[in-house]
Write a protein that binds this ligand. Structure first.
Ligand SMILES: CC(C)(COP(=O)(O)OP(=O)(O)OC[C@H]1O[C@@H](n2cnc3c(N)ncnc32)[C@H](O)[C@@H]1OP(=O)(O)O)[C@@H](O)C(=O)NCCC(=O)NCCS
Length: 187
C-alpha cells in the first residue's frame, strides 16, 4: 500500500493560540487533532450531568460520549465541512494540560452556505469568557469559508447560551414553551 504524508493523522499543534480567561488562567485555543482522543475522554469525564444535558438535550452516557469510534470521528473533523476548536490549559508539561472547552462548526449539507455551531465548556471554566471567544472564532472561520448563515440549537432555558448568542448579534427563534430553540445570524 502506498502511504503518503497526507495519510498521517494531524498531530496536536504544540503552540496553539494563547488566550487568557477572565479569571486570569492561561489557555491555548487550537484546532482539534488526531491525538486528542485521550484528552477528549478526560474532558467528558469532567462534565456535570447538567452540562451534558444542556449540550445534548439528553443524559448522553459517558460510555457513549467516549466510545472509541466516536472519539476517533470527533478528533478527525472533515476539513471541508467542519471546524473544531479546543481550549486547553497552558502548562509547560504536556502531561499537565487538559481540554476545558470545545467549539464546533459543521457545514450543513445542501450547499446553501449554512452551518451549525455548538459549544461545550467544562463546569469549572464556565463563565470565564470561553464560550464567547469560541463563538467569535467560529464566526470568523465561517467567514473564511464563505458561509452566509450560522445557527445553533439550544434548550429554551439555557440562559448562558441565550446570553452568549444574543451578545454575538444572533437572533433567537422560538419561545420558552418549545422543546428547543434556534439562534441564528446571517453573515
Ligand atoms: C453555554 C456555554 C457554552 C457558555 O460558555 P461560557 O464559557 O460559560 O460563556 P461565557 O463565559 O462566554 O459567558 C457568556 C455570557 O453568558 C451568560 N452566562 C454564562 N453562564 C451563565 C450562567 N451560569 N447563568 C447566567 N448567565 C450565564 C452571561 O451573560 C455571560 O456573560 P457575563 O459573564 O459577561 O455576564 C457553557 O455554559 C456550556 O458549555 N454549557 C453547557 C453546554 C451548552 O449549553 N452548550 C450550548 C448548546 S450548543
Amino acid at each position: 500500500m502506498l502511504v503518503t504524508v497526507m495519510d498521517a493523522p494531524p498531530t496536536r499543534d504544540e503552540t496553539g493560540d494563547p488566550w487568557t480567561t477572565r479569571g486570569g488562567v492561561g489557555v491555548m485555543i487550537r484546532p482539534i487533532a488526531g491525538d486528542d482522543e485521550e484528552g477528549m475522554a478526560r474532558f467528558h469525564r469532567s462534565l456535570s450531568p447538567e452540562t451534558v444535558y444542556t449540550r445534548y438535550f439528553n443524559v448522553a452516557k459517558l460510555s457513549v460520549r467516549t466510545a472509541p469510534a466516536r472519539l476517533d470521528r470527533v478528533c478527525h473533523p472533515a476539513p471541508d465541512d467542519e471546524t473544531v476548536l479546543v481550549v486547553e490549559t497552558a502548562t509547560a508539561a504536556a502531561s499537565g494540560r487538559r481540554i476545558v472547552g470545545v467549539g464546533r462548526l459543521s457545514v450543513l449539507p445542501g450547499g446553501g452556505g449554512a452551518a451549525e455551531v455548538a459549544f461545550l465548556v467544562c463546569d469549572s471554566f464556565q463563565r470565564q469568557g470561553l464560550g464567547s471567544e469560541l463563538l467569535r472564532r467560529l464566526v470568523e472561520a465561517a467567514g473564511r469559508r464563505g458561509l452566509r448563515h450560522l445557527r445553533a440549537h439550544l434548550l429554551p432555558g439555557n440562559v448562558a447560551m441565550r446570553a452568549l448568542c444574543l451578545r454575538a448579534g444572533m437572533r433567537l427563534a422560538g419561545g420558552l414553551e418549545e422543546q428547543e430553540i434556534r439562534a441564528e445570524i446571517d453573515l
